[in-house]
Write a protein that binds this ligand. Structure first.
Ligand code: SF4
Ligand code: SF4
Length: 442
């Protein structure tokens, strides 16, 4: 069986992003395989742990993927400030005589946005509305490459490494079976230190906020990598829970200073994205049409909203608002074919993480170093059938079935983009619906 099929059957999806099925990415040819090891969102430490502790599997997966896509170069893009991790990578690369390079990324946000990573490594700008493959690159991340290596050994994706930090008693890195409730993850980190809290699912810049009321029923999926507990009245919660009316009303206070555009990472690599112009569209209630299509180029990094804007406005959410209107009208981005040239001064407009952490009011948690690691055993898991981009998987087990860990429980619908789902616990299926499969130990 070839690697693409092994990866498909193992249910490997992009472990750090939206969960794009990896077998589709690997079914291509490219000059570069780039591993995004920037872990640029503030506070997260999961990839750093994996680079230290699972280095051989990581390099093994990279070599397999490199051969699969016929890449001439495999490059790990990692921040030079992760000295210990870089040392582990170099030692393993030398020991395995692996033809893998390390690219020393500067410490800025969002170094891990895949188009930024491509630009940093190759100097090439992905065309607006395009994908890295358009400039000869396939980009993947650390955990995905480890999963590719395991897939080559017929080991499917059943577990996830998660950073749990913030307002918890024992901030730590945990490994949990897929389908573990968030509450169990918090318990594994000693429980919360405050009674009125919210959780950031993912990074503080691009992750979603989960309130205590929403917590019940939330479980770990293939794309989760961090849970950060913060007070319910934290600045990040306030910003994340603004209503559309509040966002639009605030946009009317825009002073057209242009800072949002001048620091927009996508604008800086040459894309025709000018968030300040989108603010005008809302401010003057323009009819949304093709002339606003650049809103579709926004990657949602949040630099404009959480760092640049002196007025506390949300250009990112205004972009999303406009993009939704465009999609409703069936308008897609059409690039006019003009040459894409990175803007002068890009180097000087990169966002330093330390200042970003201050702006986000996260200094209290910046000192939390996750040296402690724990594997969490569960007696019951709630495995979602939608942990990826594409069609939800369809359950292939029934209530009462005994399943082994790693057994297929959800399959991709015939002819559709999707991913296989496997049992993360050996036990008995106690519930099945179109949303999830519940498995109890024993
Ligand atoms: S969120 Fe803002 S800074 Fe980021 S890409 Fe979109 S417009 Fe640019
Ligand atoms: S930074 Fe804020 S005030 Fe300035 S143009 Fe952008 S949205 Fe308007």
């Amino acid at each position: 069986m070839d690697l693409v099929e092994l990866v498909r059957q193992a249910g490997v999806v992009g472990a750090g992003g939206a969960g794009f099925p990896t077998h589709v990415k690997l079914n291509a040819e490219a000059e570069y395989l780039i591993i995004n090891a920037a872990e640029c969102e503030p506070l997260l430490q999961t990839d750093q742990f994996l680079m230290r502790e699972r280095t051989a599997e990581l390099i093994g997966g990279i070599l397999l993927a490199k051969r699969q896509i016929k890449a001439t170069k495999a490059v790990i893009a990692v921040k030079g400030k992760y000295a210990q991790e870089v040392a582990c990578l170099k030692e393993t690369i030398t020991r395995l005589e692996a033809d893998v390079e390390i690219h020393d990324l500067q410490n800025f946000y969002p170094a891990g946005d895949e188009q930024m990573t491509v630009f940093e490594v190759t100097g090439r700008s992905v065309p607006p509305g395009g994908i890295p493959l358009n400039v000869g690159c396939v980009v993947s991340n650390v955990m995905t490459m480890i999963n590719v290596f395991e897939a080559s050994q017929n080991i499917p994706v059943t577990d996830k490494y998660v950073s749990v930090l913030g307002e918890v008693r024992e901030p730590r890195l945990i490994k949990v079976p897929l389908g573990t409730p968030f509450e169990a993850c918090l318990e594994a980190a000693g429980g919360t230190t405050i009674s009125n809290f919210c959780i950031i699912r993912g990074g503080p810049m691009m992750g979603g906020v989960v309130s205590q009321e929403q917590l019940s029923g939330m479980t770990i999926g293939k794309t989760d990598g961090a849970l950060i507990v913060i007070p319910a009245d934290h600045y990040l919660v306030t910003r994340a829970t603004e209503t559309e009316t509040q966002i639009i009303n605030r946009a009317r206070a825009c002073i057209q200073c242009g800072f949002c555009t001048e620091q927009c990472p996508r604008y800086l690599i040459g894309h025709p994205l000018h968030p300040h112009k989108m603010m005008k569209a809302v401010k003057y209630a323009e009819e949304i049409n093709e002339s606003h299509q650049e809103a579709l180029l926004c990657c949602g990094c949040g630099v404009c909203e959480m760092y640049s804007c002196p007025m506390g406005i949300s250009p990112r959410k205004v972009n999303f608002y406009i993009a939704n209107k465009l999609r409703e009208k069936g308008i897609r981005y059409q690039h006019d074919g003009s040459e894409i040239i990175a803007r002068d001064g890009r180097e000087f407009r990169k966002v330093p993480p330390a200042r970003l952490i201050s702006r986000l009011d996260l200094n209290d948690y910046d000192h939390q170093t996750l040296h402690e690691y724990r594997e969490v055993a569960m007696d019951e898991v709630f495995v979602s059938l939608r942990q990826h981009i594409g069609a939800p998987s369809q359950a292939v087990v029934s209530v009462g079935d005994q399943v082994a860990k790693g057994q297929l429980i959800g399959a991709t619908p015939e002819g559709q983009l999707g991913s296989m789902i496997h049992a993360s616990l050996a036990g008995r299926v106690v519930s099945v619906d179109e949303r999830q499969v519940v498995i109890a130990r024993g």
